[in-house]
Design a protein around this ligand. Sequence first.
Ligand code: HEM
Ligand SMILES: [Cu+2]
Length: 524
Amino acid sequence: MSAVPHDDHHHEQHPYWIKRWLFTTNHKDIGTLYLWFAMIMFFVGGAMAMIIRTELFQPGLQFVDPQFFNSMTTLHALVMIFGVIMPAFTGLANWLVPMMVGAPDMALPRMNNWSFWILPFAFAMLLSTLFMEGGAPAGGWTMYPPLSLQTGAAFPFLIFSIHFLGLASIMGAINVIATILNMRAPGMSLMKMPLFVWTWLITAYLIIAVMPVLAGAVTMMLTDKFFGTSFFNAAGGGDPVLFQHIFWFFGHPEVYILILPSFGVISSIVPTFSRKPLFGYSSMVYATASIAFLSFIVWAHHMFTVGMPLGGLLFFMFATMLIAVPTGVKVFNWVATMWRGSLTFETPMLFAIAFIVLFSIGGFSGLMLAIVPADFQYQDTYFVVAHFHYVLVPGSVFAILAAVYYWLPKWTGHMYNESLGKWHFWLSAIFVNLTFFPMHFVGLAGMPRRIPDYALQFADYKMLISVGAFGFGLAQLLFLYIVVQTIRGGERATSQVWDGARGLEWTLPSPPPYHTFETAPVVK
Ligand code: HEM
Ligand SMILES: [Cu+2]
């Protein structure tokens, strides 16, 4: 608990429970709410993954029926994307952006409250479909018509929950932009901002640009189903492929929404534990902006097999490959930051280094997928599943874990248990590879994704993958334990926490008072 000496006349320090958490406009409390929400959804989505891996442990159908299996893959993806990674990053933004730019709070605190509280309602709506007639949505998180139009009573709930999720993230993004552009402390010019702030600024623009596109696509589907339109209905003169184009015009920038803030996190952590400033700061900013721009012109690499003119295939292939250039700049800069640094390997640094190595593996398999003739083979196989899990799990999720270990002492005022942190890291790093690396092999051998059963030839690898997944899932319970333990006590953290840490948030006490930077700091 933070005991704060001053400013008692215009604010009660800690209003009572309901008032504090339900009505809060404080960026730190809202950050905490987001992070706990993400943690809970991580275990909800994780439980779904365990169901998937239990069914796939052996060939033959044994645990769940195929319809429910498909609901699990669909909901697992939606929960992990919209319920875990995006809220976790928004929680980090809430906690950190004001403290990093020297602002007292987010620019629009009341809207901030709404952007969080819409989320639990949206997910209650989405998850309630599990109990509806016809079952939960089962057509994949990409919701392609005509398949997804076969959803039962759950269909409008799926669409409306997506509307709400989009609304919540657009409101959050507006807040981030308004805070960064208007509330920086004197002297904090744009090119002095920490990279976490830069990557979030660019992410926020991506969110505002593409969430309405997703909302549009699902609304068109809604009117096709209930109001007699035929946007995606070939019989009425429409085209189901149009949905794929609109969806991926959202979807590809979305995958960068899920990764750019990680780049900011890694760019904060690597310099601290290398005790050197970040190598190539401005090239990092430009690389992030280039990736964001390119993310708008590559969408059709998700649909190479729909039957496109050769010119289209070539354009999307080469544009996709171009993304490897700014991504390479980033990886180079992280490695150059570590080069000849005086490195230490505390838990946040371990997760950050694993991120650099394993995210790069995901980038390489992405390049392989971008090669059109090769993609004709890989499309809709486990190779794609391997690719995106490498960028999302040891990518985004590891970056979030790294961030929590790195800033938790700042937030709580206590050091976490370093040896338990290391255990969590090594268990996660080993099991994540055991889970996702063999997926490349079964994918190349032709195992299709989103199917509850498979040919006997895949049995050994599939069992190994399931063992890896159970191990990874269990290891995350250790993370929950470590976080709770740190909140409840532990060695006191200093203001700076890490001796190589630089930036405004480390000038505040740990934990920082409820209100910080009421008078703006001066940045030289
Ligand atoms: C060098 C960077 C990257 C390249 C070249 C690349 C390329 C590709 C390609 C070509 C596909 C389509 C494969 C297919 O369906 O046949 C794909 C799928 C996917 N990628 Fe990437 N990618 C890259 C980075 C990322 C990142 C950073 C993320 C997320 C953080 C990501 C997430 C995904 C997801 C979620 C899918 C599968 C979508 C689905 O079908 O459900 N990718 N990627
Ligand atoms: Cu893509």
